[in-house]
Design a protein. Structure first.
Length: 260
């Protein structure tokens, strides 16, 4: 049953970016989708770098295509749902950065030169998506909003770590990539401690966090391997980053369902 449920979740992620097909229904849903935009900004770069290296090629192409579609769809939803002029302005700004990012992602076959542009643009889009998520969280009147944001950020960090790893393996990392990867690892560990100690956790959430911790063990081990010519370390990061994302999506969904 666990394997089947994992397969269903994976199909949902590939086809629709998780729960992206459902319209925004409340503030927790808005925070979740705003946070998912952060994750997608990093997942697209990771997939692009993997395609450039011929790593897990078909799944990497599907991850890129589905992430672009999900980002497009959710951007429209978040812009339309915006409850304040400030939030609306954030998403109008994000829309401009997104168009430039998408053009590089899809405009030509992956190359190291364009890969460096992808790395820079992924940081710009992430910064604006983070701003929107924080603004949406401030509209929440319950502790659930913070937990949705914090757990949702874990999805982003999983893809961010993989992004910097693959950039380094491909030889296109910038002078901040190693430090950013180290910081993301620390941030992920710190946030897991905070989430695990939350009094709002149901038994289902505790179980979900336990599965994330199991996947973190494998993912962190993969990140500790140096990228090689045979590309096995890069493949390990590609696959384990998707597994931990899948488990984390489930946890965020559970936090979203907590009382508003």
């Amino acid at each position: 049953m666990k394997t089947f449920l994992g397969f269903v979740l994976a199909v949902m992620l590939v086809s629709s970016g998780g729960e992206a097909l459902a319209q925004i229904s409340d503030i927790n849903s808005a925070i979740n989708k705003a946070g998912r935009q952060r994750m997608l900004s990093q997942r697209m770069a990771k997939a692009y770098f993997q395609i450039g290296q011929q790593i897990d090629l078909e799944r990497s192409k599907k991850a890129l295509d589905s992430s672009v579609a999900a980002f497009d769809r959710q951007l429209v939803e978040l812009k339309n749902y915006a409850p304040t002029p400030e939030i609306k302005a954030t998403y109008l700004g994000l829309e401009k950065s997104w168009l430039a990012y998408k053009d590089v992602l899809l405009g030509a076959a992956p190359s190291p030169e364009n890969g460096r542009k992808v790395l820079a643009l992924s940081e710009e889009v992430l910064q604006q998506a983070q701003q929107g998520t924080v603004q949406y969280e401030k509209q929440s009147t319950s502790a659930a909003g913070h937990l949705v944001n914090l757990s949702g950020r874990q999805r982003m960090l999983s893809q961010r770590m993989a992004k910097f790893y693959q950039a380094t393996a491909w030889g296109i990392a910038d002078d901040k990539s190693a430090a950013n990867l180290d910081k993301a690892r620390k941030d992920f560990t710190d946030a897991m401690k905070e989430l695990s100690s939350s009094p709002a956790n149901t038994q289902q959430i505790k179980d979900g966090l336990g599965l994330v911790s199991q996947q973190w063990f494998f993912f962190e081990n993969a990140l500790s391997q140096r990228g090689g010519a045979d590309k096995r370390p890069q493949l390990a990061v590609a696959t384990t980053s998707e597994r931990i994302l899948e488990e984390m999506e489930g946890v965020v969904g559970l936090y979203e369902k907590l009382p508003k």
